[in-house]
Design a binder for this molecule. Sequence first.
Ligand SMILES: Cc1cc2nc3c(=O)[nH]c(=O)nc-3n(C[C@H](O)[C@H](O)[C@H](O)COP(=O)(O)O)c2cc1C
Length: 388
Amino acid sequence: MPVITNIEDLKRIYQRRVPRMFYDYAESGSWTEQTFRDNCSDFDLIRLRQRVAVDMSGRSTASQMIGQDVAMPVALAPVGLTGMQHADGEIKAAKAAEAFGVPFTLSTMSINSIEDVAEATSKPFWFQLYTMKDEDYVSRLIQRAKDAKCSALVITLDLQILGQRHKDLKNGLSAPPKLTPRTIANLATKWRWGIGMLGAKRRHFGNIVGHVKGVSDTSQLNAWTTEQFDPTLDWGKIEKLMDQWGGKVIFKGIMDAEDAKMAAKLGADAIVVSNHGGRQLDGALSTIRMLPAIMDAVGGQTEVFLDSGIRSGQDVLKALALGAQGTMIGRAFVYGLGAQGQQGVSTALEVIQKELDTTMALCGERKVTALGRHNLLVPEDFGGRWQD
Ligand SMILES: Cc1cc2nc3c(=O)[nH]c(=O)nc-3n(C[C@H](O)[C@H](O)[C@H](O)COP(=O)(O)O)c2cc1C
């Protein structure tokens, strides 16, 4: 067994084990990938303030996200096609999250369905909603999430239309993969993945196939998703979705102070400062750079979470110290899943927690909830001097 000491180790194994098409799907951003790269590199610009001679006993990474106890404030972000990264990927990731004590978010575009995940787990998970033109379908989806006792609806606001990722078009991304000479040649080297997939519960989009009239196979489905994302989504429609759901709501994809204020005004329980991991608007600032302005804008009226670019517990600590109550990880858990299934997701979470705990200690803090701006050294021009 390889010795895993950081997220990068998992990524290397992931790249070897998972078909190229799905590795590329996860490991890319839109267009030039500037935002995708900045998300990670901007974390590195922030440095930490080391403190000494502080009693380090009895440390804890435990906290709360939207009133739920969490072992550390790191939720698994919604990731489409997770069940193509590893057989029954959503079930495996949800189980790892449940055992660890952090929230799991199921994507609308998952392979395992809401019901599959509910059946395999015993604690409530979060459900992420993409809004579609087919309102009946969206209503039924919300009802299915209610029936499954999901404890929050995560409404993703930054994907009314899809940002272009060159590799997905070139690879002909589909679930399951279409068999062409190129994909067959690549799949032949991924036998472990293939054997797993033969026994998988599903290989199609579980929340969609069989639940939408006229959709029975993936080729139709691809056309359907492109056509179906709702370009008219606005705050009025969002309010209606909130009424329909009636429970806790998290708005994901907020990158602007004005939007953050609006989200708080509508009564969001939390917002996620997110640029979709650099997959939507290429040229947007990194989330860690945007965070301080958004914290100022909401002024404690709603919880603020951050995702995009987190690859370590130190990144989590930096987001928390700049004011976020919580974080989400996308690729960091996908690497673990693709590398080693459920165990790999657990390892990713353990790595992040250990890094968070050690960094906290060396910064002179015993509780994640005590982290603050005083723990960081932030470049003077970190926010940048950008003119609107
Ligand atoms: C492969 C992949 C698929 C994703 N699918 C979804 C999705 O279905 N719904 C959603 O709201 N966000 C989706 N996201 C965005 C993630 O929820 C999250 O915002 C992003 O991964 C955070 O950046 P990170 O991967 O650098 O941690 C996806 C991200 C990736 C990498």
